[in-house]
Design a protein around this ligand. Structure first.
Ligand SMILES: Nc1ncnc2c1ncn2[C@@H]1O[C@H](COP(=O)(O)OP(=O)(O)OP(=O)(O)O)[C@@H](O)[C@H]1O
Ligand SMILES: [Mg+2]
Length: 291
């Protein structure tokens, strides 16, 4: 690995916990909303892997079917055919087209879902205490450690409404990780943030990832975000979606914002932008025809 520049933040590349598995295989998945004759074909024979302990980022034109895939993995929606596996377990397939939602797959929603009447640490500990997985004392101890790791020390007893949106996003990630999921499913979590806050969020997410090595499935429209975070970027076709191109981002981890100015990063940006642009033009042309 190349040496980090002197200004780079240093991250621990060694996971604090043993690697949790959480690989997802999406195999020949089709999703039609409505009836097959009059329905909307959202996903068409889509196949790709989300490797365990890595960050896989999905990009693609608006309405191509990204959230549909995430919902199928989470168990919110059924698929029409194909298989989805989590490690060796079949989540959904021929005889069971809808996965059972479970604490092994946690979705972090775009608009967040913290209880405004609870403090940050009450939000973070709510799930494990309610489910009887941890005692209050155990949950608070774990939460304090995880919040400190995520740069949230000192705000445990504040309310979400007192925090910036960037801090709230971080509290949400910690809350999700409290359940020790195998995979985190994030659907454009930073869409509403300004670019400066986003850059802080990206480094904070990587820092949490380096400590936990949880598998992450991340959807975004922001190509810079995709390449900065992803071990792998899956570029989708316009609807119905299937991978157009899968890029393994060979920029070494741990990463920090200095990689944005490297030649390799620009090469990945150019390649991704060209592929996404081509699909966006197709989506635009299809929209024109439908008028
Ligand atoms: N519950 C539903 N019923 C019917 N059609 C739906 C439903 N959910 C999504 N669709 C349609 O399926 C297609 C894919 O939607 P999806 O939300 O998965 O796209 P997306 O890639 O996440 O889009 P965006 O980037 O805008 O979030 C769209 O045409 C959408 O209108
Ligand atoms: Mg979406």
């Amino acid at each position: 690995m190349s040496a980090q520049p002197a200004t780079a933040r240093s991250y621990s590349a060694v996971p604090a916990q043993p690697l949790r598995k959480g690989g997802v295989r999406i195999a020949d998945v089709v999703k039609v909303y409505g009836t097959s004759e009059a329905g909307i074909l959202a996903v068409d024979h889509c196949t790709f892997d989300v490797p365990p302990g890595e960050i896989t980022v999905v990009v693609g034109p608006s309405g191509c079917g990204k959230t549909t895939l995430l919902n199928a993995i989470a168990g919110f929606h059924s698929i029409s055919s194909g298989n989805i596996y989590l490690d060796d377990e079949l989540l959904c397939g021929p005889r069971k087209l809808k996965a059972q939602p479970g604490p092994d797959r946690i979705v972090v929603f775009q608009n967040g879902a913290l209880f405004p009447w609870k403090t940050n640490i009450e939000n973070v500990t709510f799930g494990p205490i309610m489910q009887g997985l941890l005692s209050r004392a155990e949950a608070y101890e774990k939460a304090r450690d995880m919040m400190a790791d995520a740069g949230l020390r000192g705000i445990e007893h504040n309310y979400p409404g007192e925090m910036s949106s960037g801090v709230r996003r971080r509290v949400e990630i910690v809350r999700a990780l409290m359940n020790d999921p195998k995979i985190l499913l994030l659907d454009e979590p930073y869409r509403a943030l300004d670019s400066l806050t986003k850059s802080v969020m990206h480094e904070a997410l990587l820092e949490v990832f380096y400590k936990n090595r949880v598998t992450i499935f991340f959807i975004t429209h922001d190509l810079e975000e995709a390449i900065f975070l992803g071990h792998r970027v899956v570029i989708m076709t316009t609807r119905p979606c299937r991978p157009k191109k899968i890029l393994d981002i060979d920029i070494p981890h741990p990463r920090d914002y200095s990689v944005l100015t490297t030649k390799r990063f620009r090469e990945f940006m150019d390649e991704t932008a060209a592929a996404v642009h081509e699909e966006a033009l197709k989506a635009f042309a299809a929209g024109e025809k439908e008028r």
